[in-house]
Design a protein around this ligand. Structure first.
Ligand code: FAD
Length: 321
């Protein structure tokens, strides 16, 4: 059986992120799921167990002394080495900025094909077939590569299911210093809004607000419902442009793409550019006072009503449930 690699980026505190399960589930559809992990030091037992619990039969663990200051070069080096040793049919990465950059660099290095933001993957007679959703979700496209492994970044939340839990075998190797050294001069995450809420892209529940909230002060209603549901906060571009929330919360064509189990749209009309970022959500709930709002065309549950009347009632019900 062929191997399929999943690049697992550990969290800053060294734990396995929730996204790992989906990447390994995607890999398991294609062959033997193999996790590739790059760190500056040793891998601890809980991390190895967690990778096995997510389905990694093998963990190819690469250590790089210069990881902290070399940006993504060691990760590309590690994946290139992993491809050479495992001969996989595919390499799956998270569809985040770093994942796309590593995928692009790896594809160039291997002379292989790359597909970004895939929403599904399957095996067809030993060939990985990746599905993407294009033109605002109006079409789906299936892609294969004909030279080297398929390199694909996977939209968060898009691949369902989990690979069977196993005991992972770990193979460790040290990477030589990067051939293309680069240095981190300064690092800042000031732009990142910190909150106790889940990260938008990876959240299983998202509550988004639009221009219908009418002001930054009123937008707190979106946050209150999000907190009641344990959800991340999103927004339409109109809400971002009006200054209700930072741009990092924008969902849509020019914002973040999400694929949660539950997406609640409050006072959002459902323009095609907004839908492009959320219509693969498993269950969509819309609250809008306009019965003809296009968001109702894709909603599984719709409430025609005023958000300022309906949402406090929902929060109260959740609180007493
Ligand atoms: P509106 O369209 O103004 O809708 C507000 C809705 O709130 C209405 O349906 C109204 O009935 C309802 N409402 C008002 N008051 C209440 C109330 N009290 N209770 C209940 N409902 C109420 N948009 C995005 O979201 N994301 C993107 O990434 C994005 N990218 C774009 C890229 C391009 C190139 C372009 C041209 C546009 C893009 N847009 C994007 C903008 C998009 O076209 C829409 O303008 C935007 O999504 C509208 O946001 P909205 O639904 O909040 O506002």
């Amino acid at each position: 059986m062929t191997n399929a690699l999943a690049l697992i980026g550990l969290t800053p505190d060294g734990t396995v992120p929730p996204a790992a399960a989906a990447l390994l589930a995607g890999a398991a559809r294609l062959g033997t799921p193999v996790a590739v992990v790059v760190t500056g030091g040793a891998l601890d037992e809980p991390t190895i167990s967690a990778l096995g619990a997510s389905g990694a039969r093998q963990v190819l663990h690469y250590t790089a002394d210069d990881l902290a200051e070399s940006l993504l070069t060691p990760v590309v080096d590690a994946l290139a080495a992993a491809v050479e040793s495992a001969q996989p049919s595919a390499v799956l990465l998270e569809n985040v900025i770093d994942g796309r950059e590593v995928a692009g660099r790896l594809a160039v290095r291997l002379g292989s094909g790359m597909v970004v933001d895939i929403v599904d993957i399957r095996d067809q007679d030993g060939l990985p077939v990746a599905t993407t959703s294009v033109l605002g979700g109006a079409y789906t496209v299936e892609s294969v590569t004909d030279g080297g492994p398929l390199i694909a970044t996977v939209r968060q939340g898009a691949i369902e299911g989990t690979a069977a839990a196993v005991t992972a075998e770990v193979i460790s190797a040290a990477l030589p210093p990067s051939a293309m050294p680069s240095a981190v001069v300064e690092s800042s995450n000031d732009a990142q809004v910190t909150s106790g809420r889940p990260e938008l892209r990876a959240a299983t529940r998202v509550v988004s607000g639009g221009r219908g909230l009418q002001s930054k002060e009123n937008f707190v209603l979106v946050e209150q419902l999000a907190d009641a549901l344990g959800a991340a906060v999103g927004a339409s571009r109109a809400a971002v442009d009006a200054g209700y929330v930072p741009q990092s919360a924008q969902v849509g064509q020019t914002g973040v793409t999400v694929s949660p189990q539950l997406y609640v749209a409050l006072g959002i009309s459902g323009a095609i550019q907004h839908r492009a970022g959320m219509q693969t959500a498993k269950t969509i709930v819309a609250i809008n006072r306009d019965p003809d709002a296009p968001i109702f065309d894709i909603a599984d549950f719709g409430i025609v009503g005023d958000v300022f009347t309906v949402v406090p009632q929902i929060i109260e019900k959740i609180g007493t449930a």
